[in-house]
Design a protein around this ligand. Structure first.
Ligand SMILES: O=C1O[C@H]([C@@H](O)CO)C(O)=C1O
Length: 582
C-alpha cells in the first residue's frame, strides 16, 4: 500500500473538518489543500470586542506552512452575506498562474457570497510571506494570515537556528472598515487617523500605556492584561538559554510603519521578502507595510529574566501605544514580567536613521543580479490631489479606479472597451516642484494599463512629493505583484539623470516592497518575465482606496487557460453566458 493510500483516509477526515489540509506526495513536492471559509465574526483583537474578518473562525487566519516547490490549493468559500472577497498571496510570484494572484478587478472577479473559488499556485521560493484580502479595505478588517515556505527537503538555509517563531504585525481601528471607506470617500474626506492599537499575531492592548509610560512593569496598570489567560494577552515566545532562534516578521499594517526590538538582544538580519540578505547586526529594525524579514538571535542574556519584544510606530507622529510580546526563558516562569522596560521605539521622524537602515539592506553574495541595461524607464510621481473636491492620491496625476471587468480576462479575450486604452503617462512635468503642495491639485480618475513588452527590463523611479498641506510628505511602501524587483537606490529630492550612475547594480536586494521616503525617490528594476496583469501600489490600505496605484501587463497572450470562475463578471462574464462549464 502506498503512503498516499495509507494517508488518504486520515487526511480525508481532516479535509472534511474546518481546517481541511490534505497532503499528497508527488515526487517530493506536495499539493497542500486547504478548505477555508471567510466570514465576519466577533473578536477582541485589543481586548475590546469588535467585528473582525476571520477564516474558519480564526483571526488572524490560519498559518500556511509549505515547502519550496509545493502546490498550495485553497478552496475559498465566501461566507460574507453581502460582499465579495478575494485573497492575495503576498510575495508569491504566481509563475504561470496569474489568475490566482487574488486581486479583485485585476486578476479575477470578486468571489460572490456563497461561492467557492479555488486558488492553486506553486510556492517556488522559500521565505516568509503572508496573505490578505485585496478587495475594498478587507485587509484593514483583519483578513490576513502568514504563509511560511521552508526550503526543499535536503536543502539548507544560509544560516542556522534551533527553533523559530512567527510574528504577524498589524494595526487596528475601532471604527469598522465600511465606515472608514465612506469616511475616506466622503467630500470633504474624513481621514481615519492613527490606529487605536498595534497587534502582534492579532493581539494588542488598547490603552495599555505601559510601554509609553516606560515604567517597565505592567502590574500596576489595571488596563494592561499580561497574565496570559486573556485572549488579548501578549504572545509568549518560549526559549531555552544559549540557543539560536529565527524570528520571522511580516507587516500587514493598514497604515503604520513599525520598528521592532527585543530587550537586550541583538538581531542578525538574514532574509527580506523571501530573499536572503548579506547579514548585518541590529538592535532594532524598521518594517513597512507589505514587508517581511527574518532575523536570527541568540538567547545569551540572563536566563533568570524574561524580556519584552516591543513594536512601535515610525514615520507618522505616533498616537498608538507600542505592542508587546514576551521572550520567555524557560529557566524562569512565563508569568514573571520582564524587569527591564520594553525597548523604546526610535523617534518617529528620525528619517536619517530609517534611511541608514534601508541602505544597509543588500543581497547575499551569489543572489541573482539585475541586468545592466534597462529597456524602459517609468517615472511615477506620487501626489495627493483633488478631484471635484474629493481628496485622492494620484500617480502622474491619475488616480486609479478599478474597472468592472478584471484586466487579465479583458486583455486575454480582447475586450478593448473594458478599460482606458490610452496608456497612463511614463513621466511627469519636468518643472514640477516636489517640495511644494501641487500648484494645480486637480487630477483625473483613470484605469489605463502600462503595457510592458515581454522579457524586457523595466526601471521604475518612484518620486515622492509634498502632499496637499505645506511641509508634509509621507512614507509610502510600494508593493509589486508577480515579481521581485531590485532596489537600486534611494535618494533625496527630485530624481535627476546623474543619479543613474549611482545605481547599485552589484548587490541590490531583491524585494517585492520598497519604501519611498518623504521628499525622496526610490529606483527599482525588474524583468517582465511573468505573463499576467500585475498591480503595483502603495501598501497603505487607505491610500490604495484613494487611488494610489498603477497596473502593469506583460505577455498576456502567453497566459494559459484562466478558470471561468475568475472571469464570471463584467464583459468576460457576459462572454461566458451560454458556454458549457469547463
Ligand atoms: O491620505 C492621507 O490623508 C491624511 C492627511 O493628508 C489629510 O488629512 C493623511 O495623513 C494621509 O496619509
Amino acid at each position: 500500500m502506498t503512503l498516499i493510500m495509507r494517508l488518504t483516509p486520515i487526511c480525508l477526515l481532516v479535509y472534511l473538518s474546518c481546517f481541511g489540509l490534505f497532503v499528497n506526495s508527488v515526487l517530493g513536492a506536495k499539493a497542500r489543500h486547504f478548505k477555508w471559509e471567510v466570514e465576519y465574526m466577533y473578536g477582541a483583537p485589543d481586548c475590546l470586542e469588535h467585528v473582525v474578518m476571520g477564516i474558519n473562525g480564526q483571526f488572524p487566519g490560519p498559518t500556511i506552512k509549505a515547502q519550496a516547490g509545493d502546490t498550495v490549493v485553497v478552496h475559498l468559500t465566501n461566507k460574507l452575506h453581502t460582499e465579495g472577497v478575494v485573497i492575495h498571496w503576498h510575495g508569491i510570484r504566481q509563475l504561470g498562474t496569474p489568475w490566482a494572484d487574488g486581486t479583485a478587478s485585476i486578476s479575477q472577479c470578486a468571489i460572490n457570497p456563497g461561492e467557492t473559488f479555488v486558488y492553486r499556485f506553486t510556492v517556488d521560493k522559500a521565505g516568509t510571506y503572508f496573505y490578505h484580502g485585496h478587495y475594498g479595505m478587507q485587509r484593514s478588517a483583519g483578513l490576513y494570515g502568514l504563509l511560511i515556505v521552508d526550503v526543499e527537503e535536503g536543502k539548507k538555509e544560509p544560516f542556522q537556528y534551533d527553533g523559530e517563531f512567527n510574528l504577524l504585525l498589524s494595526d487596528w481601528w475601532h471604527k469598522g472598515v465600511h465606515e472608514q471607506e465612506v469616511d475616506l470617500s466622503a467630500n470633504p474626506m474624513r481621514w481615519i487617523g492613527e490606529p487605536q492599537s498595534l497587534l502582534i499575531n492579532g493581539r494588542g492592548q488598547y490603552n495599555c500605556s505601559l510601554a509609553a509610560a516606560h515604567n517597565g512593569n505592567g502590574s500596576g496598570l489595571p488596563e494592561c492584561k499580561f497574565r496570559g489567560n486573556e485572549r488579548c494577552a501578549p504572545n509568549i515566545l518560549h526559549v531555552m538559554p544559549n540557543k539560536t532562534y529565527r524570528l520571522r516578521v511580516a507587516s500587514t499594517t493598514a497604515l503604520a510603519s513599525l520598528n521592532l526590538a527585543i530587550g537586550n538582544h541583538k538581531m542578525l538580519m538574514v532574509e527580506a521578502d523571501g530573499n536572503y540578505l548579506e547579514p548585518f547586526w541590529v538592535n532594532d529594525f524598521d518594517i513597512y507595510s507589505g514587508e517581511t524579514y527574518s532575523v536570527v538571535f541568540r538567547t545569551d542574556q540572563n536566563p533568570a529574566n524574561n524580556y519584552w519584544i516591543s513594536v512601535g510606530v515610525r514615520g507618522r507622529e505616533p498616537r498608538t501605544p507600542q505592542a508587546l510580546a514576551i521572550l520567555h526563558y524557560q529557566t524562569t516562569t512565563a508569568s514573571k514580567l520582564p524587569t527591564l522596560a520594553p525597548p523604546k521605539t526610535p523617534l518617529w521622524n528620525d528619517y536619517a536613521r530609517s534611511k541608514a537602515f534601508s541602505n544597509k539592506i543588500l543581497a547575499l553574495s551569489g543572489s541573482p543580479k539585475p541586468p545592466l541595461i534597462n529597456h524602459r524607464r517609468i517615472f511615477l510621481l506620487n501626489t495627493q490631489n483633488r478631484i471635484d473636491g474629493y481628496t485622492k492620491w494620484a500617480i502622474n496625476n491619475v488616480s486609479l479606479t478599478l474597472p468592472p471587468t478584471p484586466y487579465l480576462g479583458a486583455i486575454k479575450h480582447g475586450f478593448s472597451n473594458a478599460f482606458d486604452q490610452k496608456s497612463p503617462p511614463d513621466t511627469f512635468l519636468s518643472t514640477y516642484d516636489i517640495m511644494k503642495p501641487p500648484s494645480n491639485p486637480n487630477s483625473t480618475y483613470g484605469n489605463g494599463v502600462y503595457m510592458l513588452k515581454f522579457n524586457t527590463t523595466i526601471d521604475v523611479i518612484l518620486q515622492n512629493a509634498n502632499a496637499l498641506n505645506a511641509n508634509v510628505s509621507e512614507i509610502h511602501p510600494w508593493h509589486l505583484h508577480g515579481h521581485d524587483f531590485w532596489v537600486m537606490g534611494y535618494g533625496e529630492g527630485k530624481f535627476s539623470k546623474k543619479n543613474i550612475g549611482k545605481f547599485n547594480l552589484k548587490n541590490p536586494p531583491l524585494r517585492n516592497t520598497a519604501v519611498i521616503f518623504p521628499y525622496g525617490w526610490t529606483a527599482l528594476r525588474f524583468v517582465t518575465d511573468n505573463p499576467g496583469v500585475w498591480a503595483f501600489h502603495c501598501h497603505i490600505e487607505p491610500h490604495l482606496h484613494m487611488g494610489m496605484g498603477v497596473v502593469f501587463a506583460e505577455g498576456v497572450h502567453l497566459v494559459g487557460n484562466i478558470p471561468n470562475e475568475a472571469l464570471s463578471c463584467g464583459l468576460t462574464g457576459k462572454m461566458l453566458i451560454g458556454k458549457p462549464h469547463k
